[in-house]
Design a protein. Structure first.
Length: 355
């Protein structure tokens, strides 16, 4: 038996009936509902205000029921209702951001995955401690501008979607920059970005074994980031600046990618080490996580971020990906989550995948 993440009391609301899978109507909710439904679960969409009409356009992904809240933070007020419904919340990439980390931690409803990961993911220092402790290569960090010896990216703490990030070609360019809040100066890594979608199952005993369970690779994407991705058209950052446009990394969409097959050993090794370290630090990650990094021309993958829930890039693969098709044709991340709930329930091991 693995590590119990949820107490008996927390799981009591699930009783013996069939649980429902619930999430906030945003981000990857269509995929989550679609996958849950394919596995035979009831689905509940938590909507801020009236549900968006576009759900009507997708009958296979429309939740069976909508519950409304005036603001995402007020989801706490729905806890009793969700418990009555036997709901399990599937948090996605925007869930914690919208609901807030405190409200999320305090939510008295069973949640898929380990909530303890939030403390390690949302703090850039702790995230670095975790990843470097796992032996994962990250972009160098400069304590002072004086140490800078090449291109850098300046990141604000708590920035959402790379908002306001600043790129400086060198130390001189950095000297002209006036930061507007707490930030870190990081090596700007030249290479190709990959966002790798992993799933860690503590229950599964086959495949690529890590800890007591196994690690699966379900897909990869690259993000379209307005308007930095337009740079190649204008030639250089200066050209954008001359036009009075500040480069930003605001994500507007995603494109599918695959890696050279010879790079897969490195990618799996990174995923495995991150999971192993998470088990030592806080009882382990469960379910989807995304390793976000840059492959350099020396073919070294440098990780700048980890997202520890389902990321929106998985929306590309509602019908499977070039990787998940090699495990099971048509398997999406949303369906994989539902499948884990089903397997844990059958084995009487929900406490190991819910918190
Ligand atoms: P999100 O919350 O959406 O994940 P964030 O605000 O945490 O974004 P990051 O994910 O760290 O920001 O970075 C945003 C974007 O900036 C990345 O997708 C990537 O394009 C670029 N980026 C980040 N770090 C580096 C780096 N060290 N070198 C080059 N580009 C980088």
């Amino acid at each position: 038996m693995g590590i119990a993440l949820a107490s008996e009391e927390r799981l009591a609301s699930l009783g013996t009936g069939e649980p429902a899978l619930a999430t906030l109507c945003s981000h990857s909710s269509l995929q989550i509902f679609h996958g849950a439904r394919a596995e035979g679960f009831r689905t509940i969409g938590i909507s801020v205000g009236a549900p968006h009409r576009f759900y009507e356009a997708f009958p296979k992904a429309r939740p069976d029921e909508f519950l409304q809240v005036p603001a995402a933070r007020e989801i706490v007020g729905l806890a009793e209702r969700l418990r009555r419904e036997g709901a399990i919340i599937v948090p996605h990439g925007s869930f914690v951001e919208y609901v807030g980390p405190e409200a999320f931690q305090a939510l008295e409803v069973p949640v898929f995955g380990n909530r303890a990961v939030i403390g390690w993911e949302s703090d850039r220092e702790k995230e670095r401690q975790w990843l470097e402790g796992a032996g994962v290569r990250m972009p160098r960090r400069f304590e002072t501008a004086g140490e800078v010896d090449g291109p850098v990216i300046v990141k604000y703490y708590g920035a959402k979607g790379g908002k306001g990030f600043y790129l400086a070609k060198n130390r001189e360019a950095l000297a002209t920059f006036r930061p507007s809040g707490p930030h870190v100066i990081q090596e700007y890594v030249l290479g190709t970005r990959y966002y790798v979608h992993f799933f860690y199952s503590p229950l599964h005993r086959d495949g690529y074994r890590v800890g007591e369970g196994s690690l699966e690779l379900l897909g990869m994407d690259r993000r379209d980031e307005a308007n930095i991705d337009e740079l190649y058209k204008l030639g250089a950052q200066e050209e954008l600046l001359k036009a009075g446009i500040r480069p930003t990394f605001v994500v507007t969409g995603n494109v599918p990618v695959v890696l050279r097959e010879s790079l897969l050993p490195q990618i799996f090794e990174i995923g495995a080490r991150i999971v192993e370290r998470s088990i030592e630090l806080f009882g382990g990650m469960v379910g989807p996580f995304c390793v976000e990094g840059i492959m350099t021309e020396e073919l070294e993958f440098k990780v700048f971020e980890i997202s520890t829930r389902i990321v929106a890039g998985t929306n590309l693969f509602v019908n499977g990906s070039p990787y998940s098709d090699l495990t099971e044709p048509g398997l999406s991340m949303g369906r994989r989550i539902a499948r884990e709930v089903r397997a844990a329930r059958r084995a009487g091991r929900l406490a190991e995948i819910l918190s």
